[in-house]
Design a protein around this ligand. Structure first.
Ligand code: FPP
Length: 249
């Protein structure tokens, strides 16, 4: 019989995933269930993110990459896009001070040139303020798309070959990884060990396709605003039961 209390006890602190990726899905449905506008769900989603970040930091997670906005999300209603783009401003004022006290370092990946000026500058302020912190890296994927990331990397590599910095024969996986947006993360923690997706959707949706080649996946029906410290422990506990073989036996 499934007994969560028992399961919780076996949470193995030796096997905390170093890098967790989260696809924070279900904000809109969470709001709808409460007869509220979708943006109400995004607001609640920010609180969930704060709580999960602090918990992950307490558990010793090194990197948390969160999918906040994909390159495909621009097709949402204009008001909703505007609201989401304003979240980093609120994030800086309301959430960064606590993260800073917890030694969290903020970073980001994505196509930054398309972001509104205020959105980018709020995130840059958060990155600047926390740049000396040595704890968990909270890595926002904002206006991020995995195929586009790989395409950009290929262009840069081709350019460097043209400029004779190296030969095509020198290109290996390590070199490719150096051209991806995750190249700023600590070398050992660039790839997520565990990817969590909430709200019952079973897709990767263009989230870190290269970096998740060997990730474990955890899908839950819980909507993102309801995802909390306990749900994170459940996901990690599930991860602890997996036997990662990386193609071996
Ligand atoms: C997906 O739910 C959620 C998003 C597209 C936005 C998530 C963003 C946050 C939680 C805040 C990020 C914080 C910063 C500082 C940028 P959905 O709208 O697709 O939900 P649905 O599938 O129920 O419609």
């Amino acid at each position: 019989m499934f007994n969560f209390k028992r399961k919780k006890k076996i949470l193995n602190l030796e096997h905390i995933p170093h890098h967790i990726g989260i696809i924070m899905d279900g904000n809109g449905r969470w709001a709808k269930k409460r007869m509220q506008p979708r943006v109400f769900g995004h607001k609640a989603g920010m609180d969930a993110l704060q709580n999960v970040t602090i918990k992950a930091s307490d558990l010793g997670v090194k990197v948390l990459t969160v999918y906040a906005f994909s390159t495909e999300n621009w097709s949402r209603p204009e008001d909703e896009v505007k609201f989401i783009m304003n979240l980093p401003v609120e994030f800086f004022d309301k959430y960064v001070p606590e993260l800073h006290r917890n030694n969290v370092r903020v970073q980001m990946i994505g196509e930054l040139n398309r972001l509104p000026k205020e959105t980018l500058s709020a995130l840059e302020r958060a990155i600047e303020k926390t740049k000396h912190n040595s704890g968990l890296v909270l890595n926002f994927a904002l206006n991020y798309g995995g195929r586009s990331e790989i395409t950009s990397a290929i262009k840069l590599i081709a350019q460097d070959v043209l400029e004779a910095r190296f030969n095509p024969g020198d290109i290996d996986e390590d070199l490719v990884a150096n051209y991806l947006m995750t190249n700023h993360l600590p070398y050992l923690y660039r790839d997520p060990d565990l990817v969590i997706r909430t709200s019952g959707e079973l897709r990767l949706s263009n989230f870190l396709p290269w970096q998740t080649a060997y990730s474990e996946f955890y899908f839950t029906d819980v909507l993102w605003p309801d995802f909390n410290a306990e749900e994170l422990e459940k996901a990690i506990s599930d991860f602890n039961q997996r036997h990662r073989r990386f193609g071996g036996v």
